[in-house]
Design a protein around this ligand. Structure first.
Ligand code: FAD
Ligand code: SF4
Length: 505
């Protein structure tokens, strides 16, 4: 009897449930592990080339590790997943396929139809790459009910016993230290760059292949990420040792000089299964216990990994497929060319877009308060924004992109995921960064040729959607600002916004 274990490229878990289950059924020599690089999937969008280097190099290293542990691996580079599976079945004639549930909607549908399509028994195991695959705080959500991230997060903390004094009492007396985490980066503070890894033979081979045959976003040159469990562990320890203590206070800070500031840059590894979110949260807690990091940093990090990441995955599955069609603000503008070349006089956008195109990474606040903020204010269509993010970023997968772009970034779902639209004028960007200092635009100007576009776009958005925004109590402060605009100024911001958007190509 032969048993196939199909391991997908973003499921590179140390302990893969399908492999564990199959090993309980048969001996190792009756097992064959199937891994597939699908050319059709790779060409669906012009993906970030560094992301593909990461994905394929990590997959090939994983296959090599399995082989040296004595497993037989059928590693296929194929025109499509379907063709690879068909050829695998012909070559090995397995009786059953074990696999773990795909994290994405379309992929899971494909997996669910495998049995009928190929006439073979298939066992799909729960996805343990997410903590909600181990504990789901709301297993039967109702369509009408509103689920707030903060409550979801508290349930996760209680269940996984993270930062808990007792069953109900959080350590430090508060669940959330967000208020302590809003400092800009002071002059003279120089965060260390994350650890980098020199490409080995496998990685160099992938880089060469992609360079020759794949015209995606960015360049393969300069790839320096971890591609194995051991390297990803090193990257995590580098974060805990060097940056976690300052992660909290500077979580929202932005800088033209530093990409990562004190962020972890671990999302590419967590999303591939090279790192386990619970292990990371527990390590952060250990740093608090050992007095190596303060509570606001540790809680801030745990909230991102165990709160936001899991909440987004959970919402994705609750809201698919409708979320992908949502467009609450009726935004229909195409994506401007500057998103593909970074050519703009808006200094903040220029830096952040170029960073995304070159490295595939920007931290959360730059994704949210610069890029998405601009797209929401400028009325760019959510689907094209989503495709751009999916293309440019190194950690991009549909399950994380859809809720973050349609929900958090653009509020296109009408506020199901986030409780308010994240919109801001130049004031916020100036407060949290050094971008405005070297910008062609005047951050204080509200109207006129030199005025920062974020300002007139912001006020014109508020005026255009005033009735809808008034229904949200969390927008009261933003709406109060309207008191300072007389009729003439209101007319002017609207005209300047139209003029600017007409010129945007
Ligand atoms: P840190 O700030 O160090 O946070 C630690 C970890 O928390 C991250 O590695 C990540 O795993 C998790 N996390 C934090 N916030 C979120 C969130 N909102 N959703 C999911 N996980 C979160 N994250 C992705 O992994 N892939 C994406 O493609 C992606 N696209 C985004 C697009 C937009 C418009 C926005 C607003 C956010 C997006 N995020 C995405 C979420 C978040 O910005 C990134 O996870 C984070 O910036 C990754 O950098 P880091 O590892 O340094 O994170
Ligand atoms: Fe960005 Fe406006 Fe500041 Fe320029 S002035 S960096 S466009 S916020």
């Amino acid at each position: 009897m032969t048993v196939t274990v199909w391991i997908l490229g973003d499921q590179l878990l140390r302990k893969h449930p399908a492999l564990i289950a199959a090993e309980k059924q048969v001996n190792r020599d009756q097992l064959v592990i199937l891994m597939i690089e699908s050319e059709a999937r790779t060409r669906r969008l012009p993906y970030q080339r560094k992301k593909l280097v990461l994905l394929f190099s990590a997959m090939r290293h994983y296959a090599a590790q399995l082989r040296s542990a004595g497993f037989q691996v059928d590693y296929r580079i194929s025109p499509s997943t379907g063709i690879a599976i068909e050829q695998h079945l012909q070559s090995y004639q397995p009786e059953i396929i074990y696999t773990m549930a795909v994290s994405e909607f379309g992929g899971r549908k494909f997996q669910q139809h495998l049995e009928g399509q190929f006439n073979i028994a298939v066992t799909i195991l729960p996805n343990t790459q997410f903590l909600t695959g181990r504990f789901n705080p709301y297993p039967s959500p109702s369509a009408e009910k509103r689920y707030v991230q903060e409550r979801f997060y508290r349930k996760m903390r209680q269940h996984f016993n993270l930062l808990m004094e007792t069953d109900d009492e959080p350590i430090g007396g508060r669940w959330n230290f967000d208020k302590d985490n809003r400092r800009s980066l002071p002059k003279g503070v120089e965060p260390l760059q994350p650890i980098s890894f020199h490409p080995d033979k496998i990685t160099a081979g992938v880089m060469q292949e992609l360079d020759q045959k794949y015209p995606g976003v960015g360049q393969v040159t300069g790839f320096d990420l971890a591609v194995t469990h051991a390297e990803a562990h090193k990257a995590a320890m580098d974060f805990f040792d060097q940056r976690l203590p300052d992660f909290g206070p500077y979580e929202d800070a932005m800088s033209s000089a530093y990409d990562t500031i004190y962020h972890s840059r671990l999302s590419p590894y967590i999303n591939l299964g090279l790192l386990d979110p619970l292990v990371l949260a527990q390590e952060a807690q250990k740093r608090l216990n050992d007095e190596q990091a303060p509570i606001n940093s540790v809680e801030g990090f745990i909230r991102q990994v165990v709160g936001w990441r899991e909440f987004m995955y959970w919402q994705y599955w609750r809201l698919m497929p409708d979320i992908a069609k949502s467009n609450y603000w009726g935004a229909n503008r195409p994506l401007p060319q500057m998103f593909w070349d970074g050519k703009t006089e808006m200094n903040c956008l220029k830096h952040v877009i170029q960073r995304a195109l070159n490295t595939g990474y920007t931290h959360h606040i730059e994704r949210l308060m610069v890029i998405s903020n601009f797209c929401l204010l400028a009325g760019i269509n959510p689907s094209v924004v989503n495709e751009w993010f999916l293309s440019a970023f190194i950690d991009a997968y549909e399950w994380v992109m859809l809720p973050n772009v349609f929900g958090m970034g653009l509020n296109a779902d009408g506020g199901i995921i986030a409780t308010k639209p994240y919109i801001a004028s130049a004031n916020y960007i100036h407060k949290m960064s050094n971008y405005c200092r070297n910008c062609a635009f005047d951050r204080r100007g509200r109207t006129g040729e030199q005025a920062c576009p974020f300002n007139f776009l912001y006020w014109s958005f508020i005026l255009r959607h005033e009735t809808l925004l008034r229904q949200n109590p969390r927008m009261t402060r933003n709406l109060l600002g309207l008191r300072h605009l007389d009729d003439e100024q209101r007319k002017q911001v609207k005209e300047d916004a139209v003029k600017f958007l007409d010129r945007l190509e």
